[in-house]
Design a protein around this ligand. Structure first.
Ligand code: MG
Length: 195
């Protein structure tokens, strides 16, 4: 049975972006403090964060979406090995095609960074009363502050979009945003005043 530690090592060796240590600790603390039980995760990767979250309580139910079929399969295997398959449901599909009328206390967004504004639009109706969105990687390894850290054109486009999204979150009168630049790779907790 792979342990949490094995998953961390696998992710590192195979360049799978899983949440940074302070980021995952932060989100676990948030779930504990708020007693959140209904979670939607966009971007399963290998199931690392979903497993960490599900282990907090048997009452926690997680729907998690991953559009890379190989990663989704690996996540399903990792989740089964932890015997968490009654708590975590992996949907191997394009996020844009996922539709549900379920309500979630926490919508954790860790998928394609350029799509963050679209994800927020798509799922704002699924946020339960008192629920929040959490967005990961809003610093994108310091590149949002300092785009000269990358020469890659696609990455530069993406970080420009992330920067714009960050500004929107801070200034949108419908959003209550707390941005934690020092947590993980930059995490924002966003509540909605109107849906
Ligand atoms: Mg991430």
């Amino acid at each position: 049975m792979p342990s949490i530690n094995d998953l961390e090592i696998y992710a590192q060796e195979n360049h799978v972006p899983i949440m940074m240590k302070t980021g995952i600790e932060f989100i676990l603390e948030l779930i504990r403090n708020q007693a959140y039980t209904r979670i939607l995760e966009l971007g399963t990767a290998i199931g690392y964060s979903a497993i960490r979250m599900a282990k907090l309580s048997t009452l926690i139910q997680i729907d998690t979406l991953e559009n890379d079929p190989e990663r989704a399969q690996l996540a399903i295997a990792n989740i089964a090995a932890e015997r968490l398959d009654t708590q975590i449901h992996v949907f191997a599909m394009d996020i844009a095609k996922f539709q549900t009328d379920r309500l979630y206390d926490l919508i954790f967004v860790d998928a394609a960074k350029a799509q963050y504004p679209r994800y927020m639009e798509q799922f704002r109706g699924n946020l339960a009363k008192g629920g929040v969105f959490v967005f990961d990687n809003l610093n994108f390894h310091g590149m949002v502050e300092d785009p000269s850290l990358t020469e890659n054109k696609g990455t530069r486009q993406m970080i420009k979009k992330l920067r714009r999204f960050r500004e929107t979150l801070m200034h949108d009168p419908d959003c209550l945003t707390q941005f934690y630049p020092e947590v993980g790779d930059g995490v924002a907790v966003v509540g909605l005043l109107r849906k």
